[in-house]
Design a protein around this ligand. Structure first.
Ligand SMILES: *Cc1c(COP(=O)(O)O)cnc(C)c1O
Length: 383
């Protein structure tokens, strides 16, 4: 069979050649991605080769990834690194219980389930709860791992206009009756736009049409107040919490079912205990120091004020420039000035909306934030 295929093609399909051709296309479209290597310095500084860069592209909004209390954990003696097996086999150390109890308390739900990452939490949860007779309606701009979860679920997928409850309601009115169950998914703070979903209105609309709601709080956790009304609250421990892992919070019934059926939980090894301990510690610091949140929002606002753009009220400020090439050029200009700011291109964002995505952290110095704003002003970018 395979031999026939290569005879019809007239040549062998060499894997290297196929990859090279495909990557050349990405280069042509200004879509090639490059994974650079940085050594972290203190604060938001990074070293790349002999160049020192000030990062404005980290999701470590509160600086908890390098908080002294959290770091101290890693200097302790540990009995082991790896957890050995899936949580359902032998990997479920006590740190899981503690972390899940903390998360459920913060989110004000009965229970929580910690996954290996936010990506795994989304694909596992959505495909565990929803099936092929069901309808999933999401905001048009939700994260790639929600889309992957929907594909795995095999449900019908419809998308409403970004943050537009009328558009959601039209879809519900037209399609809800044709399906068994319906789930509505949105982010709380949108990762690439930094804007906030109209959650109360979305939830009211869902209730009116007998639909369930799920929020992805990857960028809201530690930054925005609790999104406590959604039926399923998903998030990550790798952004404002500064550690690693993902979670969902919901009622005990929902969590028990997910723990039984989410394949990305059942068939994947548990997180290393020290990573779970780091999350526990970071959550405790987050609770004790609400001023970290105020601080990062104040920096984001100050930046927007200098540039004369509307504040997002979140640590994320997008500069939409449109063309991929223009966004990459801006990234390079800022790099030469010593800033690490990344161009975000499709398919991460919709076509013709390539942008710089600037993120702030409590670790930034106010002076550095204002300097970046001034330097961008001098570049004379029109947005
Ligand atoms: C980062 C992110 C995720 C994935 O979380 P990880 O823990 O990094 O796998 C999910 N959803 C959104 C909106 C994100 O920004």
């Amino acid at each position: 069979m395979n031999e026939d295929a290569s005879i019809i093609r007239g040549k062998m399909a060499f894997l290297d050649e196929v990859c090279q051709e495909r990557r050349a296309k990405l280069v042509e479209q200004n879509r090639e991605r490059h994974i650079a290597t940085y050594a972290p310095l203190s604060g938001m500084y990074m070293q790349e080769g002999d160049k020192k860069l000030l990062s404005f592209c980290s999701n470590d909004y509160l600086g908890l990834s390098q908080h002294p209390e959290v770091l101290a954990l890693f200097r302790k003696e540990h009995k082991r690194i790896g957890s050995g097996a899936s949580r359902l086999v032998s990997g479920n150390g006590v740190a899981y219980d503690e972390l899940e109890a903390q998360l459920a308390q913060i989110k004000n739900t009965e229970a929580a389930c910690v996954f290996g990452s936010g990506y795994l939490a989304n694909i596992g949860t959505i495909s565990s709860l929803m099936g092929k007779d069901d309808l999933i309606i999401s905001d048009r701009l939700v994260h790639a791992c929600i889309l992957d979860g929907i594909k795995l679920a095999g449900s019908t997928h419809k998308r409403f206009k970004h943050n537009d409850v009328e558009s959601l309601e039209l879809l519900l009115a037209k399609h809800r009756k044709d399906y068994r169950y319906c789930l509505i998914v949105t982010e709380t703070i949108f990762s690439m736009d930094g804007d906030i979903a109209p959650l109360n209105a979305i939830i009211a609309c869902a209730k009116a049409y007998d639909a369930w709601t799920m929020t992805d709080d990857a960028h809201g956790f530690g930054v925005l107040k609790n999104d406590q009304q959604a039926d399923i609250q998903m998030g990550t421990l790798s952004k404002a919490v500064g550690a690693y892992g993902g979670y969902v919070c919901a009622t005990q019934e929902v969590i028990d079912f997910i723990k039984n059926t989410a394949r990305s939980l059942v068939f994947s090894t548990a997180l290393p205990p020290m990573v779970l301990e780091a999350s526990c510690c970071a959550l405790a610091v987050m609770n004790k120091q609400p001023e970290l949140t105020k601080d990062v929002i104040a920096k984001s606002n100050a930046f927007c004020e200098v540039l004369g753009v509307a504040p997002t009220g979140t640590p994320i400020v997008p500069f939409i420039v449109g063309a991929d090439k223009a966004a990459v050029e801006l990234q390079h200009k800022l790099y030469r000035l010593g800033y690490l700011v990344k161009a975000i291109r499709p398919p991460t964002v919709p076509e013709n909306t390539a942008r710089l995505r600037i993120t702030f952290s409590a670790l930034h110095e106010v002076g550095d934030v204002l300097r970046l704003a001034d330097d961008i002003k001098k570049l004379d970018v029109h947005i």
